[in-house]
Design a protein around this ligand. Structure first.
Ligand code: APR
Length: 243
């Protein structure tokens, strides 16, 4: 932990990169943990893609209403709240996240780059007008203006990723002298390129993840022996004890 504390305290620009493992301790399943991930229950090729939106709209809507109800059952855990405090205190500058649960916003973070979109927004896929989240939750999945299909503001497989968000995330990563990965298998491109970008320009890389990742070989430090929530609580206590 001393080495990690040294990296964090000597950093002038720390960015956090989170994946679904950041939210499992809130109760939300991740995607690929062995027999616990979401994709062991549902097949993303059938539902989490733009073809299902166009050709299998009712089942598509049922799947996302299920995911939204699941997300609404849970809330940010102490680790999210710590990251919210750290941004306020200038310990971190921002969060690049693959998560769509909106928990980083709920925990008070301002500079959040949501690479895969967000469940905080819904819109008509035809006229693009915003749609009410509660209405969607209650099963209303048709646009009140043009009767088009309403969908969540998340990026579906087969859709373009939000270029502006990726551009901002790349700028933030290039400014960073420390990138801390929390809970990602780092197997999905192009999101998994950020640890490489950080390393290319000499930043330190810490990976906190229960399982091995393909980027472990580039990490300056790997934490597998404690959960993300435990890690953040421990570092936060160390930081409080030192200032
Ligand atoms: N502490 C530490 N690590 C954890 C914890 C925890 N509490 N919970 C889960 N993990 C680790 C798992 O071991 C796993 O390696 O987090 C990682 C989560 O990886 P994935 O489930 O692959 O999630 P992620 O990397 O975010 O997936 C990327 O894939 O399907 C798409 O769009 C989806 O954004 C998602 C993307």
């Amino acid at each position: 932990m001393q080495e990690i504390m040294k990296m964090i305290q000597s950093s002038a620009y720390t960015t956090i990169f989170t994946g679904a493992g950041m939210s499992t301790e809130s109760g939300l399943p991740d995607f690929r943990s062995k027999n616990r991930g979401l994709w062991t229950k549902f097949n993303p090729d059938e539902l989490a893609n733009v073809v299902a939106l166009e050709n299998n709209f009712e089942e598509f809507s049922e799947f996302y209403q299920y995911r939204l109800r699941e997300i609404d059952k849970y809330q940010p855990h102490e680790g999210h709240l710590i990251l919210g405090q750290w941004e306020k205190r200038g310990i971190i500058r921002g969060i690049i996240t693959q998560n769509v649960d909106g928990f980083h916003h709920d925990a008070g973070n301002q500079n959040v780059m949501e690479l895969h979109g967000t469940f905080r927004k819904f819109y008509c896929n035809r006229c693009k007008r915003e749609h009410d989240r509660e209405a969607y939750l209650s099963g209303n999945n048709k646009c009140e203006y043009c009767d088009g299909p309403v969908r969540p503001g998340i990026v579906l497989f087969g859709e373009m990723l939000p270029e502006d968000v990726f551009y901002k995330a790349e700028i933030e990563t290039r400014r960073s002298d420390l990138l801390i990965v929390l809970g990602s298998s780092l197997t999905v491109t192009p999101a998994n390129m950020f640890p490489m970008i950080a390393k290319e320009q000499g930043a330190k890389l810490i990976i906190v993840n229960r399982e091995d990742t393909p980027m472990d070989i580039y990490a300056d430090y790997i934490v597998q022996d404690k959960s993300i929530r435990e890690f953040l609580i421990e570092v936060d206590q160390e930081l409080k004890g030192r200032c």
